[in-house]
Design a protein around this ligand. Structure first.
Ligand code: NAD
Ligand code: ISE
Length: 334
């Protein structure tokens, strides 16, 4: 029987994940949707056969026809939904960030540790992007030697109205914290944030762009250009510089056209388009693992580590200088 999923949060990501489960992923269907905005939940439920709309997550998770949970509400709402799901021992796919701060992430970690087995996968979907997967495989062969540096560029066409300077780090660079830890297999130990003079095209008072530097416990140095009002499109690039060579992804040259004395191509305009395949693969892998009774992918530990790095990053942004990352001891469960 298909996995019956409750989707919590039916905004931009939640609604897209409902469509994905119904139309793309095999072995699952959406049996419940939850949103504090009742009308929004009802509108999404109306598009799916046998789907009930709720306004309260705990009520939905108590329903008899819910086997698993996908959390796509706003970051600050994640902890309550995660704890409610863990109390019922339900498998969870939780959109990034796991939690908005490290204390909140630690409470989730503690709830899962008490349960005694992993139940949570965090939605760091870049691990399922074909280009990032290729890059990771190449690094694992060892052909390039030891990674010394990573250069990342993370550009959004425009930031949403609620975006703050802190969110460039906590919401956007959150992805590069996970990419760094996953690609290098190292923890991030310190963060520094430089603040170029803001773009005239950024909303007033938004520190955009920013230049973030990570140091790792393996001695690597990683930089991230985060620019969320670049205007021209959505671009995510990564170049790993190793002892014997370099590898770069994200140039987006799927098709190059030649016309009228020029060559060129198009640029994605948002993450829904750029990472469509990654989200599809992420959900299919989650559904398949869940049906086998397994938990794979980015863990609660990965979500906690990202939260701790982002917290240090926000401090570095606001206080200046280099801020060290303090992690608790890694529990044996992870
Ligand atoms: P959104 O604002 O469009 O949607 C969030 C929805 O959650 C809203 O409909 C809101 O009413 C609802 N909500 C808020 N609190 C709730 C609660 N307590 N219970 C139920 N519903 C609640 O935001 P979004 O862009 O869809 O982002 C949702 C999540 O996805 C965030 O965690 C965000 O960081 C993440 N996200 C991930 C990616 C990615 O690339 N992986 C991209 C964008 C957003
Ligand atoms: C958003 O929440 C995401 O997760 C996107 O992947 C990222 O590019 C964007 O900057 C974030 O705000």
């Amino acid at each position: 029987a298909p996995l019956r999923v409750a989707v919590i949060g039916t905004g931009k990501m939640g609604a897209d994940h409902v469509r994905r489960i119904e139309e793309v992923v095999s072995g699952a269907r959406v049996s419940a949707v939850v949103d504090v905005d009742a009308e929004r939940a009802k509108a999404v439920a109306a598009r799916v056969d046998g789907c009930t709309a709720y306004t309260d997550a705990a009520t939905a998770l108590a329903a008899a026809d819910v086997d698993a949970v996908l959390i796509a509400s706003s970051g600050p709402a994640h902890e309550a939904a995660l704890v409610a799901a863990l109390e019922r021992d339900l498998p969870v796919l939780c959109e990034k960030p796991l939690a908005p701060d490290s204390a909140s992430a630690l409470r989730v970690l503690e709830a899962e540790r008490k349960l005694g087995h992993r139940r949570v996968q965090v939605g760091f979907m870049r691990r399922y992007d074909a280009e990032y997967m290729k890059l990771k495989s190449l690094l694992e062969t060892g052909q390039l030697g030891r990674p010394l540096m990573v250069h990342n560029r993370h550009r959004n066409a425009a930031s949403p109205p609620f975006f703050t300077s802190d969110m460039l780090v906590s919401d956007s660079v959150a992805h590069e914290t996970d990419v760094t830890r996953w690609l290098l297999g190292q923890e991030i130990t310190a963060v520094t944030v430089l603040r170029p003079r803001p773009s005239a095209n950024a909303p007033e008072d938004l520190q955009d762009p920013q230049f973030v530097v990570f140091e790792t416990d393996g001695g690597a140095v990683v930089d991230v250009e985060i620019f969320v009002n670049c205007g021209f499109g959505y671009q995510v690039q990564a170049e790993v510089v190793c002892e014997r060579g370099t590898a770069r992804i994200g140039d987006g040259h799927a098709m190059v056209t030649n016309m009228a004395g020029r060559w060129g191509g198009t640029i994605s305009q948002d993450f829904i388009d750029r990472f469509a395949d990654a989200y599809d693969r992420e959900l299919q892998v989650w559904v398949d693992a869940t049906r086998r009774g397994e938990v794979t992918g980015p863990s609660t530990w990965d979500g906690y580590a990202a939260a701790a790095v982002c917290e240090a990053g926000v401090r570095a942004l606001n206080e200046g200088g280099r801020v060290e990352v303090e992690l608790v001891e890694r529990p044996p469960l992870y």
